[in-house]
Design a protein around this ligand. Structure first.
Ligand code: SF4
Length: 113
């Protein structure tokens, strides 16, 4: 598998291969690239950003506190769609803890009035 490491702006081109059940990564410049390539091959993950309504109908931007498996993105987006933030919620406040048991909280990142 060929991919690009997204862990820093250098964007090293990675080659990830599996032989005899062992995953190897080449093209990385540092250890983070090896970890990213291995994870991207075996269980890719992404952070999610989205919007939620507040009780008074305003909009707040939110994100997951950590990456979640790509295979669960739709489930988490659907979950976020059912959330309502309280009007007093501020940047950094958690709207939902441990979403779907994935270990990620939903955190407010901004407010629009
Ligand atoms: S391998 Fe290291 S240097 Fe290259 S993009 Fe990834 S984090 Fe950056």
């Amino acid at each position: 598998m060929n991919t690009i490491c997204i862990k820093c702006p250098m964007g090293c081109p990675l080659i990830v291969e599996e032989r005899d059940g062992r995953i190897t990564v080449s093209g990385n410049t540092c250890k983070r690239g090896e970890v990213y390539g291995t994870e991207e091959y075996s269980q890719p993950k992404r952070a999610i950003t989205s919007l939620v309504r507040t009780e008074s109908g305003e909009v707040a931007s939110v994100k997951t506190s950590c990456d979640i498996p790509k295979s669960r993105i739709k489930d988490v987006v659907d979950f976020i769609g059912g959330l309502t933030a309280c009007d007093e919620a501020r940047i950094g406040d958690v709207v939902a803890h441990d979403v779907l048991g994935l270990g990620a909280d939903i955190v407010i990142t901004g407010r629009r009035r």
